[in-house]
Design a protein around this ligand. Structure first.
Ligand code: FMN
Ligand code: PMP
Length: 201
């Protein structure tokens, strides 16, 4: 398989900061009808430097960085507790683009978690209580029973976020915008320390 890329992306057309440029490309990804345009790969490493990666959904971004929600006791949660740094990749292959972020990670405020949790469907809210994310479990039936039990506990009342569930913010040190070009001479423009740099493809 071999795909030739075409695009136009340079120091003249890029925005003056990563946030505005990300907003433009994210809007393009939505406009292009990409499946799950807010899906991003999240790479972490444990305290011994052992890496792991998985997909999570971007739920917000602003000047501070990129936010996703998960289980704080999951593998990624344990990694981040011991080594609070991560890398994100937005894999927008159909547009011949990727955005790569790396930076420090911290938990968002409890208020921000509560605000987001409240708009999740009830089934997913109960799922957060039911699933000991990343643990080995005996069977699918166990998981479904824990979900039913969580539903019974909350009855008709609102479901609060579990204490072990919440958001993380990845505060970028660097954000790279990659545009595929012909002959593998791609454009790579990176914001770091407020400066724009061009990287060899
Ligand atoms: C498209 C997609 C989006 C996902 N979004 C999330 C998410 O936002 N939060 C989450 O905890 N897991 C999400 N998952 C599941 C994770 O990829 C992963 O299986 C889970 O978080 C456990 O990861 P860990 O064991 O490395 O901590 C998503 C999976 C896919 C395929
Ligand atoms: C386990 C898990 N937690 C959280 C999320 C985040 O998305 P949402 O809040 O929309 O459920 C996902 C999305 N696939 C998920 O699979």
């Amino acid at each position: 398989m071999r795909t030739e890329y075409e695009g136009q992306f340079d120091e003249e057309s890029i925005a003056g900061n990563w946030l505005d440029q990300f907003a433009t490309w994210f809007a393009d990804a939505i406009e292009a009808g990409l499946p799950e345009p807010n899906a991003m790969l999240l790479a972490t490493a444990d305290a011994d430097g052992r890496p792991s990666a998985r997909t999570v959904l971007l739920k917000g971004y602003d000047q501070r960085g990129f936010t996703f929600f998960t289980n704080y006791e999951s593998r990624k949660g344990r990694d981040l507790a011991g080594n609070p740094r991560a890398s994100l990749v937005f894999p927008w292959y159909h547009l011949h683009r990727q955005v790569i972020v790396s930076g420090a990670v911290r938990k968002v405020s409890r208020e921000e978690t509560e605000e987001y949790f409240a708009v999740r469907p009830r089934g997913a809210q109960l799922g957060a209580w039911a699933s000991p994310q990343s643990s080995v479990i005996g069977s699918r039936a166990d998981l479904e029973r824990w979900w039913e039990e969580a539903g019974e506990r909350f009855g008709d009342g609102p479901v609060d976020p579990p204490p072990h569930w919440g958001g993380y913010l990845v505060a970028p040190d660097e954000v790279e915008f990659w545009q595929g070009r012909a002959s593998r001479l791609h454009d790579r423009l990176r914001f770091r320390d407020g400066k724009l740099e061009r990287l060899a493809p």
